[in-house]
Design a protein around this ligand. Structure first.
Ligand code: FES
Ligand code: FES
Length: 80
C-alpha cells in the first residue's frame, strides 16, 4: 500500500451544506485541497465521498493519514 502525500499537517476547516456531496482527496496530490481534483489518476488512491446530512463546520484531514477519513482524528500530530 503506497503512502499518501501529506498535503498539510493540520486539518482543513470547512463549512459543509446539508444535502451536498463532497469528495475528499485521499492521495494528497490534489491542488484543490481538501478535495479531489483528479490528480490521483494512475495511483491506487481514490477519493472518499462524504454526504453532508446537516449544515455544519467540519475538519477534513489534511495529512491524509487519519484513521477516521475523511476527517481529522489527530493522527497528524503523531506523524514522523
Ligand atoms: Fe487525491 Fe483525487 S486528487 S484522491
Ligand atoms: Fe490528518 Fe489531522 S490532519 S489526522
Amino acid at each position: 500500500m503506497a503512502e499518501p502525500t501529506i498535503a498539510q499537517r493540520s486539518p482543513f476547516r470547512f463549512d459543509v451544506t446539508q444535502g451536498k456531496s463532497y469528495w475528499w482527496c485521499a492521495c494528497g496530490r490534489s491542488q484543490k485541497q481538501p478535495f479531489c481534483d483528479g490528480s490521483h489518476k494512475g495511483s491506487e488512491f481514490s477519493p472518499v465521498q462524504y454526504d453532508a446530512t446537516e449544515t455544519k463546520t467540519v475538519f477534513f484531514c489534511g495529512c491524509k493519514h487519519s484513521g477516521g477519513k475523511p476527517f481529522c482524528d489527530g493522527t497528524h500530530s503523531k506523524l514522523p
